[in-house]
Design a protein around this ligand. Sequence first.
Ligand SMILES: [Zn+2]
Length: 236
Amino acid sequence: MAAQEDSFLYALSSNNAWAGYKAHQNPNFFPKLASGQSPQILWLGCSDSRCPETTILGLQPGDVFVHRNIANIVSATDVNTAAVVEYAVAHLRVQHVVLCGHSGCGGALAALGGSRVGGVLDTWLAPLRALRQAHREELDAIRDDAARAVRLAELNVQAGVAVLMENVVVQEAVRERGLEVHGCLFDLATGRIRDLGFGTGRKGPSGSGGSGGEELVRGKHAQLVFRGGNASMTVR
Ligand SMILES: [Zn+2]
């Protein structure tokens, strides 16, 4: 990036190189992309620049429908999130809804810090501060600042998954076609996503069902296979 001082110009030239590379690698990639989308995953995550869902999942454009906001807060009254969930679940008919928090989340750190951020941000982060209050004893007992932020991020995912499970569109899809809802946490320090086991229940390597479980996250252009503690990715 140092070679070019303007980060926007750099991003455009990077996009040009990427598009050329993808087209060379698979001449059908962009024609297929332009023909429509049928993602299997809805991802609800944090806006943090370090959590780009498609990249960290090792998937491709077309694989993941996305809504991200500051601190991945899912509130029942947020029409923005609700519209994304409804479109993804009722119209695109995704098979998985993934709510994913992350370590080192600025929103969690701000809520734990207890000081005012200012502007509209304090209003936005109010649900996190409420969680902090509700779990004050447990959180205060955690000595390590980073670990305390991780715990609050987990509680935030748990609360968000609970909201999702109360969403009627989600409930119908769970009942009628086996939609799965997952709560996860992305660890910035290792790049790994941990299934917290909330929602419709976990499957795969770390599930309680033993080593026989296999979970397939099938994207349009790549698929991740989780089996016996290992994941492999194949790209078509
Ligand atoms: Zn965050």
